[in-house]
Design a protein around this ligand. Sequence first.
Ligand SMILES: [Fe+2]
Length: 408
Amino acid sequence: MPGDPAGRQMAGFKPFYQFLAPTRVIAGRELIGAVGFEFAKEGAKRVLVVTDEVIRGTGLVDRALDGLADGGLELAGVFDAVPQDSDSDVVGRVAEMAREQGADSILAVGGGSVMDTAKLANVVFVHGGSPRDWEGYFGLPRADDGEGRAIDLAPLACIPTTAGTGSEASFVAVVKDREEHVKYQIADLPMYPRLAILDPESTRTLPPLLAAATGMDAMTHAIEGYVSSEWSPHTDAYAMAALRLLRENLQRAVEHPEDDDARGNMLIAANLAIIPTSSIACGIAHSMAHACGAHFDVPHGVANAITLPWSISYNAAGGEDIAARYRDISEIFGVETGGPGEAIGEALAEHVRGLVHTLGLPTRLSQVGVTEAGIPDLVEGAMGDGCTVVNPREPSGEDFAELYRRAL
Ligand SMILES: [Fe+2]
């Protein structure tokens, strides 16, 4: 990746950064019925729809199918068997269905698991092989034109049904390898979805606890993106806009699921919050959460909600430049900060922990099945996680062990 993470420059003029936000986003009301009209603009003709049984049961998929037909698109088929925590096997089956049914494009209607499945299935559909063959960053085949140009995948459109993951506007897919107990990442430029449709109708039936957990994932993207060593003035703008929307809408959307405006704003917040991650800006809340998901099946948003406050107090104690970034975030939330970085971190961490509790989510890893005996495995996972490299402070294995013990 560009930049030198070892430098971890947290202020001033950066010697290098890049900014990416290539996904076309349409946001507003009554957009599900327009999916065919909009997706046709991306070259879609014969669409494979990828979703899960729960979403299909809500009737949302049927409305999307009507929308595809209204736009003159053909349906190649509907794959509705994506599990909550998708894996290589499911990805392979989706790719096979796309091939067998002669699809030329994919529409994902669902949360992070559905969208990530569709993204990686698209890779396998176009380039063959098995899903794990494509693990890693920027490893997709390039055209043989001497310029390293990436080869296009099939057009992919996403209708997110949770407001959190932001996968509809990112170039990363995270999928589980069930045998090895790891979640692996695949990321490359062609994996950016062409189109993201943000319509509050698509989160109408989202259960409050799921809204809370996925909302905290978005919060973690925004906060970690802002304090990551890969920060930039461009991504700061996205992270800050996301945090303001989260401040106004997260609790409202969880406590009043009928509030269309709050749900719509949460979709936009999640979409904004993912943009800093295009420069691989995350951090150790995510590293720790990924390991909890891999070893103890803790849902991603729940794990982040628990680890985020601990990462804040740890990082803010790592230097004044880092603490200054947390002070910006504290100001948005109206959290009084004074004194050294440690005090800023503690105040903000306490605020976030209070919010997590108010949202009805657990605040301890022991509440979600994580055990002390599992800590060595979790530490190993977190140390090897890509998000650790761009954390503003460089943690040792002992630091991670201590963070896990505190979070237990
Ligand atoms: Fe996340």
